[in-house]
Design a protein around this ligand. Structure first.
Ligand code: ADP
Ligand code: ZN
Length: 881
């Protein structure tokens, strides 16, 4: 369903959600008028709270400052304003503990300041207590100040109360009877009022007019005068206007009016839906087993891995599980890697459960929409939250299920503080809430696969090994680019081309037959480097601020028809024509999506392939907003676009039945990175994009072009053999002591001065290995290059590898090396400089999470390790660049 539907995104038209959260103003300031400098002495305050201010304080005060609570009503999770420091500047913070004088820790109440007030007047702004607990865990696990974690949990728009406004509302007063001498008009109005449903109160005058079916407000005014209705104020959050991406084609969400779209309405307007209507079919045996098996664990914490090939009906399993959760009166959170990139998946949840039951949280929303959606989740008005990474912090109470779709996706990792992985936080949250967590993927991460197949099956595994009825897996053909190039050369064609003859022929055939094509090239720009053609010179044009070659981008709007851009710091230069060293004419090498676009236009002009019309390039240069992407997909869905060419943006979740051919122009883009996950990434990318083919009645074909046809990652992806690949890969990881066999933490120190960055990294190493501890399984170490052992031989052992380049074959870990810890570095990061900052790294590898955590925790407590602007502590890193 939603396949190719131009309205797929419209289904997400959450702009239509209107009044989303409200609080009737009590008219009383709960806090009295506490002045910023007022203290608890003499005010009779006996209740105190600990407040963690939303700042990067780690050591002292990191777990909160004590304030007096005059209202006596504050709860854990409330967001408040407190006076800070000598000047009593107001700062926002969260209540993390509530109690009496025991919170004072011996300080005299006379010195304790009072909470100034709630952060957003008239609106309750709080996190459920379980999220505060989750924040504590994250702060510890990800080595990040608690205030920073808490600040990250609540969207800025919620804190600011964006879109809030005061409305006059009418409330019915029970027990008032109609006067005996009531006029006919009043009697009519009264009768209409009695027909208004109980849960519609309180309502604005305009809403009431609609509910009562009146043409004017006269009747309502009469009811007020007669004492049947009372006027009061309430604060509401209204999301104004459209939401870009979520608006879809038919233009905007008109606040209020669209509420309550039924499933049928959402689905209308998309012809292909009729044939693939959702929910009408019977589950396959495997789907049913997964629904039953996972369903049986509702109410308890159990992590599940749902491993289902592309198109096997995982989403259907999610939907049925949510059905069960809702029946139990509980709620669900669904994480998707990036809504902007997966509007189809997200749209299906809206279609199934209706707009008013689903809250969407993602970067495409306006500030007021974000505030509104958050409050709908908080109040329970929405019982299903669908969102990207940070939706794991949705303030949902009575949480019954967490689903993580495409759990392997690196978009779940946040690359700024706190550097968490949404999937792992999801598992922790499930544990705290006591609910199951489902990690779904066609290519599970090695971490999840390990947990599902090793170590006593920490996670339960469910398999959906075949595609849903009516669809077969596409045939995948791996073609050797070396050979393809020879073939062309033998025909006299010596031009460097991105398309080999095999793929070209299949494209010809597919276009002639009216099929659509998706082409993947995971590299933007025209050419990925600019260099001197003379190998003796060897000049390569590099960024002034980064350790990176510059990428050539073409464009008629650009000076001299093109410029070179750094993909790390985004700085740009005009393309120099001559080599600055030897004055030869510079040449561009390597192909990106722009070059592919030109080549496609040239090659398939006979089929009417034309840029912007029938051929569309989808990468972060052409798609700057989610809305552009959504509209591109809609045009592809309508069949206007014949060939969709793009980076990994197009590899995810697209479901278009007429895609009969998928081409991978260069399967090796990830494989060349010096990163131990390169193979896993290659496998994922090839499988995911291959999964876009053959989703209709026609069988699909996938052509994978590669320079390394022997690469097992490419070959096994082509054969749809995930389990074989996973075994091979895990075997290698175990052999070399890499995650998930071990736990890895990477610390990067940066500075404008390389020596200072290096020195900082050296201090990190000594903080980690030089520490002494009296705890039983405490941490001990010897100087660099040595092997240390704790007392009695049961302590942690260190291997310190000082300096050194990139690790190809790290130390193998002994099978029983759970307590073992190895610290490597400092070494210059593979990208040694970014935006003018030099980067030095330290790697900590441990036999278990506990071993790593206790070493980091100890260094942190002693003030020797912290995450800040110059030091990035990355626990379970995704990228090692
Ligand atoms: P996945 O999420 O695993 O990629 P989807 O849930 O998108 O797979 O399912 C692929 C297609 O198959 C969808 O169009 C879906 O509606 C359909 N489908 C799922 N389960 C069944 C079933 N049991 N019988 C028939 N069609 C199904
Ligand atoms: Zn740069």
């Amino acid at each position: 369903m939603f396949s190719g539907s131009p309205r797929a995104n419209d289904a997400l038209g959450l702009a239509a959600f209107s009044v989303v959260w409200e609080a009737v103003l009590s008219g009383v300031n709960l806090f009295g008028a506490a002045e910023s400098n007022e203290r608890a002495s003499g005010t009779g305050v006996t209740r105190f709270v600990r407040v963690v201010v939303e700042r990067g304080i780690d050591a002292k005060g990191g777990d909160g400052l004590t304030y007096g609570d005059r209202s006596g009503l504050l709860r854990v999770g409330d967001r408040v304003e407190v006076p800070l420091g000598k000047g009593n500047t107001r700062a926002g913070g969260l209540v993390v503990a509530v109690g009496g004088t025991e919170l004072l820790g011996g300080i005299s109440p006379a010195r304790v300041k009072l909470v100034v007030g709630k952060a957003v007047e008239g609106l309750e702004t709080r996190l459920p207590a379980s999220l505060v607990e989750l924040a504590r865990w994250m702060s510890e696990y990800y080595v990040c100040p608690l205030g920073v974690v808490l600040a990250n949990m609540m969207p800025a728009a919620v804190k600011r109360g964006t879109g809030r406004r005061v409305e006059r509302v009418l409330q019915r007063i029970e027990g008032v009877v109609i006067p005996v001498d009531a006029s006919k008009a009043l009697r009519t109005a009264w009768a209409a009022m009695e027909r208004v449903e109980q849960d519609a109160w309180p309502a604005t005058e305009a809403e009431l007019r609609g509910l009562m079916g009146l043409r004017s407000v006269r009747g309502i005014r009469m009811l007020v005068r007669a004492g049947a209705l009372r006027e009061s104020e309430r604060v509401v959050v209204r999301s104004m206007g459209g939401s870009g991406l979520l608006e879809g084609e038919e233009g905007g969400g008109n606040a209020g009016e669209d509420k309550g779209h039924s499933l049928g309405e959402v689905e209308r307007g998309s012809p292909s839906d009729a044939t693939r209507s959702e929910g009408g079919f019977r589950l396959t045996c495997e789907q049913a087993a997964a629904v039953e098996g996972i369903g049986a664990t509702l109410g308890t914490f159990v992590p599940h891995v749902l491993f289902g090939v592309t198109g096997s009906g995982k989403t259907e399993v999610y939907l049925r599980l949510i059905d069960r959760v809702l029946v139990r009166g509980e709620r669900a959170i669904v994480l998707v890697p990036e809504i902007a990139l997966t509007p189809q998946t997200a749209g299906r949840f809206v279609a199934r459960f209706g707009r008013d039951r689903v809250a969407a949280m993602h970067s495409g929303l306006t500030a007021s929409q974000r505030n509104a959606e958050w409050r709908r989740a908080c109040s329970g008005e929405a019982s299903v939250v669908v969102g990207a990474r940070s939706a794991i912090f949705a303030p949902v109470e009575r949480l019954g299920l967490i689903l993580v779709d495409e759990e392997h996706d690196s978009a779940y990792k946040q690359d700024s503080q706190p550097r968490y992985n949404g999937r792992d936080v999801a598992v922790k949250r499930g544990q705290l809430e006591g609910c199951p967590v489902v990690l779904g993927s066609a290519t599970p991460s090695m971490e999840s696969w390990w947990n599902a197949t090793r170590g006593g099956g920490k996670y339960r595994l469910w398999r959906l090994p075949s595609r849903a009825p009516g669809m077969v897996m596409p045939r995948v053909e791996v073609v050797d680019m070396q050979e393809q190039r020879r073939l062309r050369a033998s025909g006299g064609d010596l031009t460097q081309r991105l398309l080999g003859p095999r793929l070209e022929r299949e494209m010809d055939a597919t276009l002639s037959a009216g099929g659509q094509i998706i082409l993947l090239l995971n590299r933007r720009g025209f050419a990925h480097h600019v260099a001197c053609p003379d190998p003796k010179c060897g000049f390569v044009l590099c960024c002034l601020y980064c350790d990176a070659s510059l990428v050539y981008h073409k464009g008629t709007e650009l000076p001299r028809g093109g410029l070179v851009r750094c993909h790390l710091c985004q700085s740009e230069q005009v393309l120099p024509t001559l080599c600055p060293v030897c004055q030869k004419k510079l040449r561009v090498f390597g192909g990106g999506t722009q070059r592919a676009e030109e080549e496609l236009e040239r090659t398939f002009a006979v089929h009417g392939i034309e840029r912007h019309k029938t051929l569309l390039r989808v990468d972060s240069d052409t798609m700057t907003t989610g809305r552009e992407f959504a509209s591109a997909l809609a045009r592809f869905g309508r069949g206007e676009i014949k060939v969709l060419l793009g980076t990994q943006m197009i590899a995810k979740g697209l479901d278009f039945p007429n895609v009969r051919l998928v081409g991978v122009l260069d399967a090796d883009t990830a494989a060349s990175l010096p990163d131990f996950r390169a193979s896993e990434r290659t496998f994922q990318l090839v499988s995911q994009v291959a999964g876009r083919a053959g989703r209709g009645r026609e069988p699909g074909l996938v052509i994978v072009q590669t320079w390394r046809p022997g690469d097992p990652a490419v070959r096994l992806a082509a054969e749809h053999k995930f389990e074989e690949f996973a075994e091979l890969e895990l075997h290698r990881r175990v052999k070399y002591g890499l995650p998930p066999r071990t736990r890895l933490v990477r610390i990067v120190c940066r500075d404008k001065d390389s020596a200072k960055a290096r020195a900082a990294a050296e201090r990190v190493v000594s903080a980690l290995v030089g520490q002494e501890s009296t705890e039983k399984d405490g941490v001990r170490g010897q100087g660099a290059g040595g092997l240390g052992q704790g007392p009695g031989g049961d302590g942690l052992r260190f291997v310190v590898e000082a300096g050194g380049g990139l690790r190809d074959h790290p130390q193998p870990f002994p099978a029983d090396g759970r307590g073992r810890l190895s610290v490597r570095g400092p070494y210059e990061a593979p990208i040694a400089k970014i935006a003018g900052y030099y980067r030095w790294a330290v790697e900590v590898t441990g036999g278990s999470a506990g071993a790593v955590q206790s070493a980091l925790g100890e260094a942190r407590r002693r003030g020797l390790l912290r995450s800040d602007a110059k030091t990035a502590v990355d626990v379970d890193p995704i990228s090692l660049m």
